[in-house]
Design a protein around this ligand. Sequence first.
Ligand SMILES: [Zn+2]
Length: 147
Amino acid sequence: MPDPSATHPDLADLEAARTGEAPADVDAHVRACEECRRMVAELATCARALAPVPPPVPEPIEARRALLALGILRVWAPGKADRSAPALVADVDGNGVVDIRDAFLIARALRSTAAPPSRFDVNGDRVVDERDVELAAHAAVALGRRS
Ligand SMILES: [Zn+2]
């Protein structure tokens, strides 16, 4: 019996499962794996909750996203509300956008044997773990830039 955590689809695949675009083997895994089902359900819940995305604003979108990300991170990490979090704390790949790739990067780092970079500690609890992945995924889904 292989370690199930080594065979979970990555977050990009889970996001694809949420949108019905995942390969059959991923769908099969998600159906059989409670943990992945929960993650997909959580992604779906976030997407639904935040679905009425404001109409596209041609303006300084990155700045708006930064503010939104900060607000969202505060909602999801109320205990950290007063710590001076950088706005795009979940933008771990530093490309100026919080998207599912950020969560994916953290998830991948967790499966690697190398110590994850400290910037992957999205929730600031000094441990890089699944909570950071989920927080980044929440932020990405909430920011809702599926294209
Ligand atoms: Zn799984």
